[in-house]
Ligand binder design. Structure first.
Ligand SMILES: Nc1ncnc2c1ncn2[C@@H]1O[C@H](COP(=O)(O)OP(=O)(O)O)[C@@H](O)[C@H]1O
Ligand SMILES: [Mg+2]
Length: 252
């Protein structure tokens, strides 16, 4: 579904260049739940922004469903984001002037879906995520966890093929974080969503089926959960993080 090939990203100009991504390659199959980990400044957000077409790569290519995203026109890009990508970001990306119901149904409404169909789909998703009571409220009237679940519902309703999440638990307390991670697990397992989640938190990452580790813009390691339990996987992730903290030349 997603093919990332030798991508590089530089920021700045001639005398002051930051290499944010350094020859990164990986593939994501449909139905995977992948977590991207790394210290602050390791390139996680840059990587996600390049995949989400918010930013462009300096070298290499990214194919989503076989399409090279660098070759799309601005109009095609806007459509592509709306129809194929679901975003669950730390700041929720909900529009303040719309109710949660309107926010959740937004992509469908923009795509001219029948209003009754939109209503039914939004109600179903809200029920699954336990936020049916908040549908008439505006974002400022609900909690962080409820906003986050609305963002998940919006991604579910639009039926987007790839859900991108940047530190989705970053602004939540531990109870709301656990709740959100369980919802994302259900979206992945029961609804077939493919998820790419950036986090610097090992507990959040342990919900994924595969973890990619970034260090200084490079892909440093990869862990696959396979049939291990989440707590066992969590400890393996901590072990890799301990290695990551050391000098990279010691372990390659
Ligand atoms: N817009 C930008 N302009 C210049 N440098 C940037 C920009 N965005 C990120 N960087 C740099 O790129 C590197 C990776 O940043 P980022 O992707 O935000 O890391 P992370 O999300 O892992 O904390 C850092 O060194 C950061 O300072
Ligand atoms: Mg970041």
């Amino acid at each position: 579904m997603l093919h990332v090939e030798n991508i590089e990203k530089y920021y700045g100009s001639r005398n002051n260049v930051t290499k944010a991504l350094d020859r990164i390659s990986f593939d994501v199959a449909k139905g995977e739940f992948i977590s991207i980990m790394g210290a602050s400044g390791s390139g996680k957000t840059t990587l996600l922004n390049c995949i989400s077409t918010i930013d462009t790569v300096s070298a290499g290519r990214i194919l989503l469903d076989g399409e090279n995203i660098a070759e799309l026109s601005d109009r095609q890009l806007a459509r592509f984001r709306r129809e194929r990508l679901g975003f669950v970001f730390q700041d929720f990306n909900l529009l303040d002037t719309l109710t949660l119901e309107e926010n959740i149904g937004l992509a469908l409404t923009i795509n001219h879906a029948d209003p009754q169909t939109v209503k039914t789909k939004v109600r179903e998703a809200a029920e699954q995520l336990g936020i049916q009571e908040t549908l008439d409220k505006f974002p400022y009237q609900v909690s962080g966890g409820q906003k986050q679940r609305a963002a998940c519902a919006r991604a579910m309703v639009a039926g987007q093929s790839l859900i991108l999440a940047d530190e989705p638990t970053g602004a939540l307390d531990s109870g709301a974080s656990k709740n959100l991670l369980e919802i994302m697990t259900r979206m992945n397992r029961d609804m077939g969503a493919t998820i790419l989640m950036v986090t610097h938190d090992a507990y959040s990452a342990s919900y994924a089926s595969r973890v990619l580790f970034l260090k200084d813009g490079r892909l440093f390691n990869e862990l696959i959960r396979a049939d291990r339990t989440r707590p066992v996987f969590y400890h393996e992730i901590l072990d890799v993080l301990a290695l990551l903290g050391g000098d990279i030349s010691d372990v390659i």
